[in-house]
Design a protein around this ligand. Structure first.
Ligand code: ATP
Length: 315
C-alpha cells in the first residue's frame, strides 16, 4: 500500500457556540481541529490507509492538542513540525444576517520548513496538496513549490484540491487562480467543488469547465456536487456518479472524506498512475468515495464524522 503525504495546514477553528452574533458580540467558542489536508490524512488513516501529515503547528498547547487528534486517528505525524510561532487559529461565527464573520490569525502553518531528505521517500507514492493556506506565502508556500518539483522528479502521483476560502482571498481571487493553475497543470487528479472549478476556469457550464482544466493539463477531475454526487471527467469520458441518500446534519469535511477515500483506494492498486487509464475502476472508486462523503454529513464536525473502513466498504 502506498503512503499518501498530505501537505498543508492544521489549525484550531474556534466556532462561536451561539450563532447569530458577529465576532464582536460572540462570547463563547468551541475549539475544533481544522485544516483540509489534515482532515484528508485522517480520512485515509481511519479507512486503514497510510495517511501522513506534513505541516507545522506551534510548540504550544494548541499544537499538542492538534497533533494528539491526528495521532488518535492513526495519522503518521513523524514529519509534522513544531514551531516557536503560535498555532494558527481561525475564529468563526454566523452573524444575524447569516453572513460568516471570520478572523484568521495565521501562525505556525506558514513556518513549515522544506525537508530535502523527504524527496526519496516520495518515490512512487501519492502526494496530496490542499491549498487553503498553501498559497498565502511563507515557508508553506515555498515547501509547496519544492515538493511539487520533487513529486515530479520522483514520479509520485499528484492530487490537488484548491480548497478556496473566500474569507482569505476576497479581492485577490485572480492571484489565487494563477497559483492554482501551476499545480493543476502538474496534477494527475484534481478535486473541485462546483464553485471552485467555475472560479478557476471562468466557465459556468461544468462540461466546459472540465474541458478547460484538461487543457491546463490535468487528466482526471472530480467535481463534488453535494447531495447530487460527483462529476467525473477524464480526457475521454464524463459521468455524474450519484451519491447515496442520507439526512445530512453537517456537511463540513464531506469533500475531504471524499478525496481521502478516493486516494486510499488509489493507494491500494500498486502503481497509482494505472487509475488514469482505467475509467471503469475509477467510477467504482468514486461510487465508494461518495459513500464516505455522504456518511460524513450525518455527524457533527469534520474529523469525528469521518467513517471507518467497514462503514464504507462493508455496507
Ligand atoms: P467541503 O465542505 O469539505 O469543502 P465539498 O464542497 O468539496 O466539501 P461536497 O460536495 O459537499 O464537498 O461533498 C463531497 C461528497 O460527499 C459529494 O460528492 C457527495 O458524494 C457526498 N455528499 C455531500 N453532501 C451529501 C448529501 N447531502 N447527500 C449525499 N451525499 C453527499
Amino acid at each position: 500500500m502506498k503512503t499518501i503525504y498530505c501537505i498543508g495546514e492544521l489549525l484550531i477553528d474556534f466556532v462561536a457556540i451561539k450563532q447569530g452574533n458577529d465576532l464582536s458580540k460572540a462570547k463563547e467558542f468551541t475549539k475544533k481541529a481544522g485544516g483540509a489536508p489534515a482532515n484528508v490524512a485522517c480520512a485515509i488513516s481511519k479507512l486503514g490507509g497510510k495517511g501522513q501529515f506534513i505541516g507545522a503547528v506551534g510548540n504550544d498547547p494548541f499544537g499538542t492538542y492538534l497533533l494528539n487528534v491526528l495521532k488518535e486517528n492513526r495519522v503518521d505525524i513523524s514529519l509534522a513540525q513544531r514551531s516557536k510561532t503560535f498555532t494558527t487559529m481561525a475564529f468563526v461565527s454566523l452573524a444575524e444576517d447569516g453572513e460568516r464573520d471570520f478572523v484568521f490569525s495565521r501562525g505556525a502553518d506558514k513556518k513549515l520548513k522544506y525537508d530535502s531528505s523527504l524527496k526519496k521517500q516520495l518515490k512512487g507514492n501519492i502526494v496530496h496538496f490542499g491549498a487553503a493556506t498553501g498559497f498565502l506565502g511563507g515557508g508553506l508556500e515555498e515547501a509547496y513549490d519544492r515538493y511539487l518539483f520533487d513529486t515530479l522528479t520522483q514520479n509520485a502521483f499528484i492530487s490537488f484540491d484548491p480548497n478556496f476560502r473566500e474569507d482569505l482571498w476576497k479581492g485577490e481571487e485572480d492571484t489565487f487562480v494563477k497559483k492554482c493553475i501551476r499545480f493543476i497543470e502538474k496534477s494527475h487528479l484534481c478535486k473541485f467543488s462546483e464553485e471552485e472549478i467555475q472560479l478557476i476556469t471562468g466557465e459556468t457550464d461544468l462540461d466546459r469547465a472540465c474541458n478547460a482544466v484538461h487543457e491546463i493539463g490535468c487528466p482526471t477531475i472530480c467535481v463534488t456536487l453535494g447531495g447530487k454526487g460527483t462529476l467525473v471527467s477524464t480526457l475521454k469520458q464524463k459521468t455524474t456518479v450519484q451519491s447515496i441518500s442520507v439526512t445530512p446534519i453537517d456537511t463540513t469535511g464531506a469533500g475531504d472524506a471524499f478525496i481521502g477515500c478516493l486516494l486510499y483506494q488509489i493507494a491500494n492498486i500498486g502503481d497509482p498512475h494505472l487509475i488514469l487509464s482505467d475509467y471503469d475502476q475509477l467510477i467504482e472508486m468514486v461510487t465508494i468515495a461518495n459513500r464516505a462523503g455522504a456518511i460524513t454529513t450525518t455527524g457533527y464536525g469534520a474529523i469525528p464524522s469521518l467513517p471507518e473502513h467497514d462503514a464504507v466498504f462493508n455496507n
